[in-house]
Design a protein around this ligand. Structure first.
Ligand code: P6P
Length: 281
């Protein structure tokens, strides 16, 4: 699998350059979720696909920016689902964005996820790799250097409440208000990668993107957003649920399926479970 991590490092260096110099404008196209694709989305996807196409151990890829599964090497062992530039619309306001990768074996489903990687493009470029543990690397003079392992505390201080607030269930709104009343700090940029990276590095808290009246199944995509970060949070000693159960237990029916999701330290996730169970229909 090391060849995949090296490929991701190469893509990160090329995407960093693209972010610094590329056109942040809209394309004429939409992705399978109906999002208007930015030129950065399409170009970063092309960078990743081109690099992955040279890695013989990769059998298939799924991209947020492409409708269908893309076959690469018939004898490959790994399947990779990725979001090439999550939160790309934040680039033109100079906020951090990221790439997300889920590495699967045999089939694209939560229980077959064997590793995940994300890259944060912020003031510094950092790559986080989750296998048995969670390791963070930083791009320094053209090389990714190991910086630290990432471990969550049992309880954190940050609260990142996503989705359309006027579409929240009343009990979800009460949960979020109660967490703030307990002194948690609001940390939400609209970029999943930096928002979750901050919670991981600052010891913990809660990131939530629940089902709502406008999006009952949430917005974030299972294979290349929710599952890879769920894997990271679990390996860092936290949890990732859909309100009730591990998101990694969800059965995926379509490669662009979404799921409500909560990522966090154990105390916060257990609080979510209590509230959602008490209000289960
Ligand atoms: P909202 C970015 O478009 C993204 O997919 C995630 O990076 C982010 O967490 C979420 O959408 C933000 O969504 O509805 O809060 O703007």
């Amino acid at each position: 699998m090391i060849e995949i991590f090296e490929a991701i490092k190469q893509s990160a260096i090329e995407i960093k350059h693209l972010i610094e110099t590329g056109d942040t404008g809209k394309s004429e196209l939409e992705n399978s979720t109906g999002d208007t694709q930015l030129k950065l989305d399409i170009q970063s996807d092309k960078i990743i696909e081109s690099i992955f196409s040279k890695v013989p151990s990769i059998k298939q890829i799924v991209s947020e920016e492409q409708e269908a599964v893309v076959p690469l090497h018939q004898d490959g062992q790994y399947l990779i689902a990725y979001d090439p530039l999550d939160g790309s619309s934040l680039v033109d306001v100079n906020l951090s964005v990221g790439s997300i990768f889920g590495i699967y074996e045999d089939e694209f489903t939560g229980k077959n996820l064997i590793a995940s990687v994300y890259v944060v493009f912020g003031p510094r470029v950092e790559m986080v790799v989750a296998q048995t543990d969670v390791k963070m690397y930083r791009l320094l003079n053209g090389e990714f250097k190991f910086i630290q392992n990432i471990k969550l505390n049992e309880k954190g201080k940050l609260n990142a409440p996503g989705s359309t607030q006027n579409c929240w269930a009343p009990y979800h709104k009460q949960l979020i208000d109660d967490i703030f009343n307990d002194g948690y700090r609001l940390r939400y940029s609209g970029g999943m990668v930096p928002d979750l990276h901050q919670i991981l590095l600052k010891g913990g808290g809660l990131f939530s993107y629940p089902g709502t009246t406008d999006r009952p199944k949430g917005k974030l995509r299972q294979l290349f957003e929710v599952f890879p970060f769920a894997f990271v949070f679990e390996k860092a000693g936290g949890q990732a649920i859909d309100g009730f159960d591990r998101v990694l237990n969800i059965a995926t029916t379509h490669i662009h399926d979404t799921s409500p999701c909560f990522f966090g330290s154990n105390e916060e996730i257990n609080r979510v479970k209590e509230v959602y169970k008490a209000n289960e229909k």
